[in-house]
Design a binder for this molecule. Structure first.
Ligand code: FEO
Length: 408
């Protein structure tokens, strides 16, 4: 049975939802699922914008068949050929042998690499600024390299103001019937998953997102709809989400607050983290989030690290080093290019307290544009009352730093 939604006149969402996949890219948990969005334009010519993951291909085919109602599919525009969108290309070509494919040079190259056989079909190679008319609708193609792969482009329909934004402005969470961001409480129910998607998938490429946002800024008044490849379509309050993307891609925190991440073997470092959280709240700083690094998937930690201005790393010393899971979190921060944060450190060790110096060295030498507060809480095995002054000093230093004007 088909399952489609109307985006606007003659444009339809023909994608599918996936609640079966547990790990997106086989690494990021998606407990609320994900959608693979594809869009069908019925103009003088029919145009499919992108396909879906192989697991959702059957639904895509039923959706297209229903809307085409016996007519041929004329064009397939591939904005992004990563297999979660491109894996169904070949099946579309088999079903609609006369379809012409429009995409970038790099995308055609990658299609060959992945074994998506497009030979025998008209392959129309486009680049930045090229336009194409499907009847009433004329589109222009805009290069979007590294958002999220080098071949990516976005397509802007100048007739109805629809921006097919590829991975940009996407989000985890299956749509489950709701297509538009204004049909859900996005700021309450979706923003964390949208941030987790963006920061973990494309976080490394902030400057490339900035480049794309710069191009979009020139036509902002003409953009009426943003149609991403995952998550809801935006037709209202576009500025809200564009502003979030701008912040995330400039590595600017959304919230002045403190994220405390602890690595604890027997609960003692955890107790120190909790004691600091309480001290901060006593000082009126209630935007405090505490995470156990061992029990929180690193994708959530990364997302929260992009959200908060201040990060406290609390780690036990393990094999004379940083606790491995904490080290992995730090490495992920580096890989995803997180910048411009203020750190504080809590270290623990029973006979050789090393984790503090090692974490500070990593933050200062491996990450960009980070500040580490001088005050550090150093504990031997467990927190005792003799550390009350040190703990207060750390809480005071964080409070003072939070009160300072924003960096940058
Ligand atoms: Fe959703 Fe970069 O693919």
């Amino acid at each position: 049975m088909y399952c489609v939604r109307t985006v606007t006149d003659n444009l339809y969402w023909v994608g599918a939802n996936d609640h079966r996949l547990t790990l997106f890219e086989n690494i990021h948990p998606i407990p609320k699922g994900v959608s693979y969005n594809a869009y069908l334009l019925l103009d003088k010519k029919s145009v499919l914008f992108d396909t879906v993951d192989w697991s959702a291909c059957r639904q895509l085919l039923e959706n297209i068949e229903h809307l085409l109602n016996g007519k041929p599919l004329d064009y397939l525009v591939i904005n992004h050929m990563e297999p979660d969108h491109g894996a169904s290309i070949e099946e579309i070509l088999l079903r609609y042998p006369k379809v012409s494919i429009i995409s970038t040079e790099k995308a055609f190259l990658l299609m060959h690499q992945f074994g998506f056989h497009v030979d025998g079909h008209e392959c129309i190679q486009v680049q930045e600024g090229d336009t194409f008319s499907f009847g009433k609708h004329t589109v222009t193609f805009v290069a979007a390299p590294m958002v999220h792969w080098p071949e990516a482009m976005v397509t802007f329909d100048t007739t109805n103001g629809v921006l097919f934004s590829a991975d940009a402005f996407g989000s985890f969470i299956a749509l489950d019937g709701k297509l538009f961001a204004d049909e859900v409480n996005f700021d309450r129910d979706w923003i964390d998953e949208a941030r987790r998607y963006l920061t973990n998938i494309v976080g490394k490429y902030g400057p490339h997102i900035q480049l794309l946002l710069g191009k979009a800024a020139g036509i902002l008044d003409q953009i009426k709809y943003i149609c991403p490849l995952h998550g809801p379509v935006w037709r209202k309050d576009l500025g809200y989400f564009i502003d979030k993307y701008d912040k995330w891609s400039r590595y600017e925190p959304e919230v002045k607050g403190v994220m405390i991440v602890y690595a604890s073997m027997y609960g003692n470092t955890e107790a120190a983290a909790q004691a600091l959280a309480a001290k901060l709240c006593e000082r009126g700083i209630t935007d405090v989030a505490v995470y156990d690094v061992s029990n929180t998937h690193v994708s959530y930690l990364i997302s929260e690290s992009f959200k908060y201005s201040h990060i406290v790393l609390a780690s036990v010393t393990y094999n004379l080093g940083i606790y491995p899971v904490m080290k992995n979190y730090l490495e992920d921060m580096k890989a995803l290019n997180l910048q411009n944060r203020t750190f504080a450190i809590i270290e623990n060790g029973s006979w050789a307290v090393k984790s503090g110096d090692l974490m500070q060295k990593f933050v200062e030498e491996e990450l960009k544009n980070m500040t580490v507060l001088n005050e550090r809480l150093s504990i031997a095995s467990s927190l005792h009352a003799d550390k009350a002054v040190e703990l207060d000093k750390l809480a005071d230093a964080l409070a003072e730093s939070l009160a300072e004007p924003e960096k940058g």
